[in-house]
Write a protein that binds this ligand. Structure first.
Ligand code: ZN
Length: 196
């Protein structure tokens, strides 16, 4: 299975802000509400999502701290594990083919991983293996979020099918309540708001 459906795309010519935290909403939109590194949707813990500097702050020489093109919408787990890792120690070289990182907005990033049936991220290249370890992409929380998203989509499908049934159909009310309560549990993670 593909690692993810869409490669995030940063908007170009973003207005420069003095504080990079101000970019969070725009980054969230450009990354489709997903962590650039693990592709987890932020519905489960949106307040935990952070702004990662792709070239870490400690390696910046010509890139500005507030340069939008160096920022990644990231879950706490990936941001914490990436931290200051930058094995090439050269600002302009993100990897040597074996070690280092690929910008999540580069479609090459998608080619480093796949997904198994359990939604776990599987590295498929040597560089993918290195990033998988560096970012702790084997964290079981990632497959859990992947599964919750699938469950959410299935319940949404069920709700759509149910809407085509006449209200006096057998078990309609029972099924309807069941679907609503399942959806309620998932939407609680977003303060009652729909996930997509
Ligand atoms: Zn992540």
């Amino acid at each position: 299975m593909d690692f993810r459906n869409k490669t995030p795309k940063r908007r170009s010519n973003h207005k420069t802000e003095t504080d990079y935290h101000k970019y969070k909403d725009d980054l969230r939109e450009d990354f489709y509400c997903r962590c650039g590194y693990c592709d987890d949707h932020d519905f489960f813990r949106s307040t935990d999502y952070q702004i990662d500097h792709f070239v870490p702050k400690t390696q910046l020489k010509t890139i500005n701290l507030t340069d939008y093109s160096n920022l990644v919408y990231s879950c706490r787990s990936c941001n914490r594990h990436k931290w200051n890792k930058w094995p090439t120690c050269v600002e302009s070289i993100s990897n040597d083919g074996q070690k280092g990182f690929i910008d999540p907005c580069d479609s090459e990033y998608d080619k480093q991983f796949s997904r198994n049936k359990r939604g776990e991220i599987v590295p498929i290249t040597p560089l993918g293996v290195w990033m998988w370890k560096a970012l702790n992409l084997g964290n079981p929380a990632h497959s859990l979020v992947w599964k919750l998203e699938k469950i959410y989509k299935k319940i949404s499908e069920l709700r759509t099918i149910l809407a085509t049934y006449p209200e006096n159909a057998e078990n309609y009310k029972k099924l309807s309540l069941l679907v609503d309560s399942l959806m309620f549990f998932l939407e609680q993670q977003r303060g009652g708001k729909p996930i997509f």
